[in-house]
Write a protein that binds this ligand. Structure first.
Ligand code: PMP
Length: 285
């Protein structure tokens, strides 16, 4: 059976799922998106993902041509028609087809695309042994230029960082902000553990407000752990007891080496492992 893709109210076979080459989503990266997981047929933190999508759209003055309710229903429908219970859902809203100029007012019909797919998980080994990352020279977008809080279709900032990380042999890379502080990774948020305390960069470090980040903060606090959102430097990373990343696809993944330096004793730490376990329970209960 061919994968069925939702485009603006209808499902199409993957081969026939097409949008205009004049769509500004393609021409200029003018649009927004979400990456969402479903576990056992239930969409994880759906209201939070929809809120973030709507905020991203609002920030670029893009009106999403359906209600959150209908979007939620369409997401569940995309899972159902493709018979997916544990999967990854990509929601894309483009500016729509326009002319060969930047003016978004000359675009009509924003397009809503929903792709429900099976999830490509990171190799299990990474969760057991931990990940090695490097700090790259590409800075995270200056929030006054393009806020990293907008999950826009323009992901070149992250892609350039990813390329630099991959060339250094790492599948994820650490990005600093314009102030030289730790911001986030190319597709994941970062956390450190020091002296039993969990810390993560605040939103004003210029990061995406990760849904998994928020879930992990909730889980950690519910289990009595202190979590602080404070500015972090590379020095803090190097001397941390533990480090881990969070993201929709990665979930919670330990980091054991940064810039060739071992973090802690070079193995996934106890608090990281505890949070991985709790996150797993929270999503697979
Ligand atoms: N930062 C960036 C830049 C991202 O693209 C993502 C999502 N892939 C994240 C962090 C993690 O966010 P979430 O937990 O919502 O997937």
């Amino acid at each position: 059976m061919s994968t069925k893709i939702f485009i603006s109210g209808r499902f199409y076979d993957k081969e026939d799922a097409k949008i205009s080459v004049f769509d500004h989503g393609l021409l200029y990266g003018d649009g927004v998106f979400e990456g969402i997981r479903s576990y056992g047929g239930k969409v994880f933190r759906l209201p939070e993902h929809l809120d973030r999508l709507w905020y991203s759209a609002k920030a670029i003055l893009l009106e999403i041509p359906m209600t959150k309710d209908d979007m939620g229903k369409a997401i569940y429908e995309a899972l159902a028609v493709n018979k997916i219970t544990d999967g990854y859902i990509r929601v894309v809203v483009t500016r729509g087809a326009g002319t060969l100029g930047l003016d978004p007012n000359r675009c009509s019909n924003p397009q809503v695309i929903i792709i429900a797919d099976r999830i490509q998980l990171y190799p299990q080994e990474l969760y057991e042994k931990g990940l090695e990352i490097v700090t790259v020279s590409v800075l995270r977008n200056h929030p006054a230029a393009l806020s990293p809080r907008i999950k826009s279709l323009n992901y070149l900032n992250n892609i350039l960082a990813k390329i630099e990380g991959l060339k250094a042999g790492c599948i994820e890379a650490l990005m600093l902000n314009h102030k030289g502080e730790v911001a986030e990774c190319t597709g994941d948020n970062i956390f450190l553990v020091r002296g039993g305390r969990i810390i993560t960069p605040p939103l004003d470090a210029g990061i995406l407000e990760g849904i998994t980040r928020d879930a992990v903060i909730d889980i950690a606090r519910a289990s009595g752990r202190e979590v602080q959102e404070i500015a972090i430097t590379k020095h803090d990373v190097y001397v941390a007891d533990e480090c881990f990343l969070t993201g929709t696809a990665a979930e919670v993944v330990p980091v054991v080496k940064v810039d060739s330096r071992p973090i802690g004793d070079g193995a996934p730490g106890p608090i990281t492992c505890e949070l991985m376990k709790r996150f797993h329970e929270a999503t697979r209960q």
